[in-house]
Design a protein around this ligand. Structure first.
Ligand code: UFG
Length: 327
């Protein structure tokens, strides 16, 4: 299928693009390179542009005869979204709206949307099922939930078939450790710990040790990037017939911040300084997925259920790219 990958130069988008190619699809990357890396995209058409540019979107959809769209182009920092809500609603909601308008205009009806566990806010129970109350506590989560709602109403017109995939903590490197995670500035736990292990930062800070969890630190569900991308392919193929698909994507196993630090120490063989600090605002104590719906309906199986293998892939990428993508 000819697939437009919006945000295809970012961490998840570049892994998705490589997987689409490996599965015989024809991806076209659309990215403004505000966050992504040109060198993370290889051997596929690349359109340098912004989702706010309706004319360019229309031209691109027609020129490449696009049949489906995957949308990864969004801001992803919860804390930043609290400080700058309007920027987040503009980029994550308005631009998604523009993209959907262009798709509607061009008659493209298949849409796979990157959603997030942040739509649940502080969940009533864990593991989280898709039916739980959606009560985002940040503009980031709310902007994503609003896009989901817009898709749902639009799908009722019969002109959109969409999948909203709610990611838990995406991590690891794809392509045998060759397509990795390089944010600037970096805020995600695993790359930060790896940087500490590589001596690139003085320490790793634990944000909060007084949570109601077994060791007092936050518990998250870490899902390997390739497992995540596999679910996108399965969802895309279902959109031939399905109007609306909503899935949680996680392993279902929670690891605490301390456990992640210990795993990086084990995989890297390095010791480094760990500093305990206060809580980071907006962090729920525990987020783990009940992904049984995706397993049952999509036939989704994960290849990386263990954190150690996930961290090994990330460690490989970081040691191969000590300065990131360098572009
Ligand atoms: N953490 C630390 N020290 C750090 C960085 C993170 O202790 O230096 C902790 C956080 O407090 C959190 C855990 O490590 O408890 C994971 O933090 P990340 O920033 O790696 O990931 P989040 O769980 O905050 O965020 C993830 C995605 C976001 C998404 C969010 C939805 O990365 O894009 O889930 O809940 F918005």
């Amino acid at each position: 299928m000819k697939v437009l990958v919006c945000g295809g130069a970012g961490y998840i988008g570049s892994n998705m693009t490589a997987m689409l190619v490996s599965q015989g699809h024809e991806p076209v990357v659309f990215d403004n390179l505000s966050k992504g890396h040109r060198s993370a995209v290889k051997d596929v058409p690349f359109v340098s542009g912004d989702l706010a540019d309706f004319g360019l979107l229309i031209d691109t959809l027609h020129k490449y005869e696009i049949e489906g769209v995957m949308h990864f182009a969004a801001f992803i920092e919860v804390g930043e979204s609290v400080a700058e809500p309007l920027r987040y609603y503009h980029n994550n909601f308005n631009n998604a709206h523009n993209l959907l308008c262009a798709m509607d205009d061009a008659g493209v009806r298949k849409f796979v949307f990157s959603s997030t566990a942040a739509v649940y806010g502080i969940p009533e129970t864990v593991p989280i099922t898709e039916e739980l109350t959606k009560a985002p506590i940040s503009p980031y989560g709310d902007s994503k939930l609003n896009v989901e709602k817009m898709c749902s109403f639009q799908s009722e017109t019969g002109r959109l078939n969409y999948a909203a995939l709610r990611y838990f903590n995406a991590c690891g490197a794809g392509g045998g450790g060759t397509i990795g995670e390089d944010h600037s500035p970096e805020s995600h736990l695993i790359p930060l710990i790896i940087q500490a292990a590589m001596g690139k930062r003085e320490d790793i800070k634990i944000f909060g040790t007084d949570y109601p969890t077994p060791d007092g630190t936050c518990v998250r569900d870490y899902i390997h990037i390739e497992d995540l991308c596999k679910a996108h392919l399965l969802a895309l193929s279902k959109l031939d017939t399905e109007r609306e698909l909503v899935y949680n994507l996680g392993n279902g196993t929670g690891y605490s911040v301390r456990e992640v630090i210990e795993t990086v120490k084990k995989v890297s063989g390095k010791d480094f300084k760990v500093t305990e600090t206060g809580r980071r605002p907006g962090d729920p104590p525990v987020l783990t997925a009940d992904a049984s719906k995706a397993r049952k309906e999509l036939g989704w199986k994960t290849d990386f259920p263990e954190l150690e293998a996930i961290v090994e892939s990330a460690w490989k990428w970081h040691t191969l790219h000590p300065d990131g993508y360098n572009d």
